[in-house]
Ligand binder design. Structure first.
Ligand code: SF4
Length: 446
């Protein structure tokens, strides 16, 4: 059977699908020229496919099907296929539903998969032949033969039993994550799904059960993708890469021989200088940490167990000294935030002085505790971009939040000190690319 794996992009802004629990985000800063410049820059930084589609491609190809991958923007047409598997997302839900209905009218068997279809299958049920709730990898190629309607797949029982993702049908040359290099092919990879923590606003803990892979098999996947695609960068999609120190060291040992660069999201309170050293030697070049807010009491009310401020500060300082680009993630507009608390968070972000920052807006994603806590605005799913106000905040207007969001980005990136840091990181990274060196060896110091 000819099977198309389809990702839909309906927004003009930089849209990432494998973030926010798989519900997706659309990056937005604001309306000033500096905000627009940052939005354009972000679109150059990251473009990676969903891991789910890579796994499905491998399972379908192994079963003898002919697989193609497509990004549908606007009214793009699909070539003639027998079946289309559409990746669902919250941010492009309307366009995905429309596409499913159009394809079905053309006689193409239409199957919708992914986190948002799992949370809200009824939104897709009218347009698609099949809506898969759960992880489609649990069905594998059998998802083409399921009865029509909503199918409950459950979880893939053993992540190590899945074949390695197959990217041969995808435009690998177009994949990028600039923090790992400007030109070298970068692929997504997963060593874990879900998260063992329980932050009340976080969709990752509700869209997948927490599971980890064998580090040695992760290393074998890296070797396979290097040989197959000459990949030099790997963006780990794990919501939490470093729960257990021994396992994190085992991952570093499994990655080190391959001379690749990698990025990962980690808890700051599960890192220490020796572990950071081992990870940097293994190729860690980009580290995301959740900082969220400077107000620990506010975070505790959201059931977050925040790392101590001094721990976060040390991780940022030590990692950047080792040449690792640190991205600090913050959330604006949690229910107990007010303008003063957010300004304190912004001031701390400036003092932390990380290589990059992300300021999302608290969003009541389906299944989260936050969604039960707040009164959602009557908005279409597509408006839940992760960067826009979507609920009635007790103290903050939407305009206040978006103004602060823009201020947060502009104050971080438009300052002489940042320009100097950017050049210290970007120039050696560019040279590393041009000279074709791997992930180990010389690294720029912050
Ligand atoms: S530690 Fe991070 S990934 Fe885990 S639940 Fe909290 S915010 Fe989500």
């Amino acid at each position: 059977m000819r099977v198309a794996l389809v990702t839909v992009y309906a927004h003009a802004g930089c849209t990432l699908k494998d973030v926010a629990g798989g519900y997706g985000t659309v990056f937005a800063v604001g309306s000033s020229w500096r905000a627009r410049l940052l939005e354009r820059a972000k679109a150059r930084v990251a473009a990676l496919p969903s891991l789910t589609l890579g796994y499905l491609a491998a399972q379908l190809a192994r079963a003898g099907h002919t697989v193609s991958a497509h990004e549908v923007r606007g009214a793009d047409a699909l070539p003639a296929v027998d079946a289309a598997v559409i990746l669902s997302s919250m941010v492009d839900a309307s366009a995905e539903r429309d596409l499913a209905a159009r394809l079905r009218r053309r006689g193409i068997r239409t199957i919708v998969v992914g986190a948002f279809a799992s949370a809200r299958p009824e939104l897709y049920a009218d347009g698609a032949d099949v809506v898969v709730v759960g992880e489609p990898e649990a069905l594998g190629a059998a998802l083409l033969d399921t009865p029509d309607g909503v199918v409950r797949a459950g979880d893939a029982p053993d992540l190590d039993a899945l074949p390695f993702p197959d990217w041969s049908a995808f435009d690998v040359a177009g994949f990028r994550y600039a923090f790992l290099g400007f030109s070298a092919p970068t692929l997504p990879i997963g060593s874990a799904r879900g998260c063992a923590y329980g932050c009340g606003y976080c969709p990752w803990r509700v869209t997948a059960r927490f599971r980890e892979r064998d580090p040695e098999r992760v290393g074998r996947e890296v070797a396979h993708q290097v040989a197959r695609h000459d990949a030099r960068g790997f963006a780990f999609r794990d919501p939490l890469f470093n729960l257990d120190r021994d396992r994190t060291l085992a991952l570093a040992r499994a990655l080190a021989p391959h001379g690749v660069r990698f990025s990962a999201e980690m808890r700051a309170d599960r890192l220490d200088p020796a572990l950071l050293d081992a990870l940097a030697r293994a190729g860690l070049r980009s580290l995301e940490i959740g900082v969220e807010s400077s107000d620990r009491a506010l975070l505790a009310k959201e059931r977050r167990n925040p790392p101590e401020a001094r721990v976060i500060e040390e991780v940022v300082r030590v990692a950047q000294r080792r040449g690792v680009r640190v991205i600090c993630n913050f959330i604006l507009g949690l229910p107990d935030d007010d303008e003063a608390s957010m300004r304190r968070t912004l001031a701390w972000a400036r003092r932390l002085d990380s290589f990059a920052v992300q300021f999302t807006v608290a969003t009541p994603y389906p299944g989260t505790r936050l969604a039960d806590q707040v009164r959602a605005l009557p908005l279409a799913p597509d408006a839940h971009t992760g960067f826009a106000p979507t609920f009635r905040h007790p103290r903050l207007g939407g305009a206040e939040l978006t103004t602060l969001r823009e201020h947060a980005y502009v104050q971080h990136y438009f300052r002489p000190r940042y320009a100097a840091r950017f050049l210290r990181h970007a120039v050696p990274a560019l040279l590393e690319d041009v000279l074709g060196r791997g992930g180990r060896g010389d690294v720029p110091h912050a």
